[in-house]
Design a protein around this ligand. Sequence first.
Ligand SMILES: Cc1cc2nc3c(=O)[nH]c(=O)nc-3n(C[C@H](O)[C@H](O)[C@H](O)COP(=O)(O)OP(=O)(O)OC[C@H]3O[C@@H](n4cnc5c(N)ncnc54)[C@H](O)[C@@H]3O)c2cc1C
Length: 629
Amino acid sequence: MSPDQEYRDLGMRRRIPRRDFLGGVAIGITGACAAAATPSLSAAQAPASPDPSTYPPARTGLRGQYPAAVEDLGRIRDGAFARLDEPVDTSEAYDLVIVGGGISGLSAAYFWRRALPDQRVLILDNHDDFGGHAKRNEFTYQGRTFIGYGGTMGIATPYPYSYTAKSLIAELGIQVERNSEFFNRELFDTYHLGAATFFDKEHFGEDRLVLRRPKMDEFLANAPLTPAARRDLMRLHGKNPDYLAGLSPEKKIAKLERISYQDYLLKIANITPEALPFFLGQGGRNNKRVDTTPALEAGRHGSPGFDGLGLDLHEDFREGSYTFHFPDGNASVARLLVNRLVPAALPGKHGMMTIVQAPLDYAKLDDAGASMRIRLRSTVVRVEHEGTGERPGGVSVAYRRDGKLQAVRARNCILACYNAVIPHLVPQLPARQKEALQYGVKVPMMYNNVLIRRWTAFQKLGAASISAPGMYHTTTSIDTASTIGGYRALTTPEEPVVLHLVRNPNSPGLPRKEQNRLGQKELRTMTFEQFELEIRRQLGRMLSGGGFDPAADIAAITVNRWPDGYAYTYDTLGDPDVPPEQRPHVIGRQRFGSIAIANSDAGAAAFTNQAIDEAHRAVQELLVAHGLT
Ligand SMILES: Cc1cc2nc3c(=O)[nH]c(=O)nc-3n(C[C@H](O)[C@H](O)[C@H](O)COP(=O)(O)OP(=O)(O)OC[C@H]3O[C@@H](n4cnc5c(N)ncnc54)[C@H](O)[C@@H]3O)c2cc1C
């Protein structure tokens, strides 16, 4: 098929809402609403669509770390700001300037305000929206608003929330224990929807969608696998022998810590290499894959092949933690924080039942008369400490906004941004600290939201979520969202719904950090058109048996690329086993005079609770250093 024909068949040139923004200003609108397919609505029926030029969540196209937001970050990393032109002094002075308006930066502002209510605080963030990874995506279609999460999805981690993090969630009015009230769990039963795997012809010889129910052996029998692969996968998913017979439990654990799950499968469980593609899209925590997950972690995560070892590997990842999911993910947590910090932008006291639909006026975030201000589209390029490490003085913070270099002064500064960029922002830091801050390589990730006109194809196929081990996106699922505070989520198959597609780029065989770097490069260099093509191709192939037509059925696309995704976490394969206080993130996050360091990176753990805990620690450090409490 010619590329032109493929473009036509997939609907690549169809007019869907697709706006690319440069510095918050639309630079090209290649499509209006899909007018032909949209039933006409009277003005009274259709709610006013939010204007994307003033309301960032309504922007579609390339979002997440969109190019204009991170352009200067790339230049910072390349040393372009090593010598700074004289910034324009704005004459603005604050008690605290926070760099980074993610959950960590917003929480830091919240904790500071709680301790010192009258102080002046400024939050600077390079994006056109606050929240960092906690990103809200909205689509307006056929008179309805559809909300999706473009990053951080839920209040849930493998580890328990600390008292500090739990208290903050409670103070924001979120009762996590009520989560189940907001999900229609019967819906999938009503339509007989379950999980499926899509086997692609490049890795498995043919394209085939296979439902995972009812039993594993039936699923494997239906999958396009070679006889040897099927036999070994059946063994692995059944009762396994003790592959490490003869070793003591301690020696078994020590061995599992030091080998990858892939090596365990191939060299210890002796499965045929023909079965390996089955494991491609799978892995352990934080998007590690079969080749980068330590076997012990895979075993603890419930991966097959370990039940005969006689070890108690079971780990309840949810124990002591909890689960809560807003339709826009933790963007609602960020919105609740903004409600407390800058009430003029989000008036009224909000809690979990009202925040999702609460209108937010972005123009009021940075009001000159307010003591708490959030300034977006502002990339901090230099933070200079005016005293010495021992004798803290003030801090000068230079940032670029609308192409201009400007500066504000602060008595204190919290860097709640990516930790690896801090050495470039604060050249004064000791060499050992700079080296430590650059140790980790963040995990590249992509959460793409696709609004489809109806989900009858999923209904026909009997699938609500599809894992595709060999394809560009390894999971695709109907976003079940939550029906909360007047927001109506998933309904009938004839109605539109948001699909959520996940990609975690990796390059099997290379060390984990190298894979992360290559994945970051991929996400930074691919265009929206390339991402769109991948989305349309994959949905077309996976859902063809259900009658899905990418050209007709896709109503809108938002790509959320996160080259700087999850914080780097340590593992037993690639990181040295050193005492906790010698870990790079601990050395890296040390306070430097009036500058403290937050962000989930500072906790070497990739979750919202860590972002909150690190904010709390950073605030405490400054308050104690200055005798402010
Ligand atoms: C796709 C994805 C899904 C996730 N899902 C979950 C989940 O379900 N649950 C969960 O608990 N965690 C999840 N996480 C982890 C998430 O990283 C944390 O939960 C949390 O949101 C991190 O917050 P943060 O403030 O530490 O960092 P960030 O959200 O990264 O915020 C840092 C902010 O600082 C800004 N910044 C950086 N440099 C500068 C500069 N020089 N000047 C100005 N601003 C700057 C950044 O652009 C960003 O806006 C997910 C992460 C990703 C990427």
